[in-house]
Design a protein around this ligand. Structure first.
Ligand code: SF4
Length: 77
């Protein structure tokens, strides 16, 4: 698990779920990258607009990117 607090949102990567299709990387290449094992990692999500970040997380087909708001309410998935 890796997490970042960005734009008042908490984004959590579950590396065990990620299958490396890269949809999130395509949607937000400044926020995510695939590491040498083909698993997603954060790059600079704070540089990406909140709506773009959210949409990138929503694109994950296996719900490996979870987002909650400042109150802990789930935004994605
Ligand atoms: S979209 Fe999901 S499965 Fe695909 S690389 Fe991103 S986190 Fe991994």
């Amino acid at each position: 698990m890796a997490e970042r607090l960005v734009h008042g949102m908490r984004i959590v990567i579950d590396e065990l779920l990620c299958v490396g299709f890269g949809d999130c990387v395509t949607a937000a290449p400044d926020a995510f990258m695939l590491n040498g094992e083909g698993i997603v990692e954060f790059t600079a999500p704070e540089q990406v607009a909140p709506d773009v970040l959210l949409e990138a997380c929503r694109m994950c087909p296996v719900d490996a990117l979870a987002v909650t708001d400042a109150r802990g309410q789930p935004l994605v998935p």
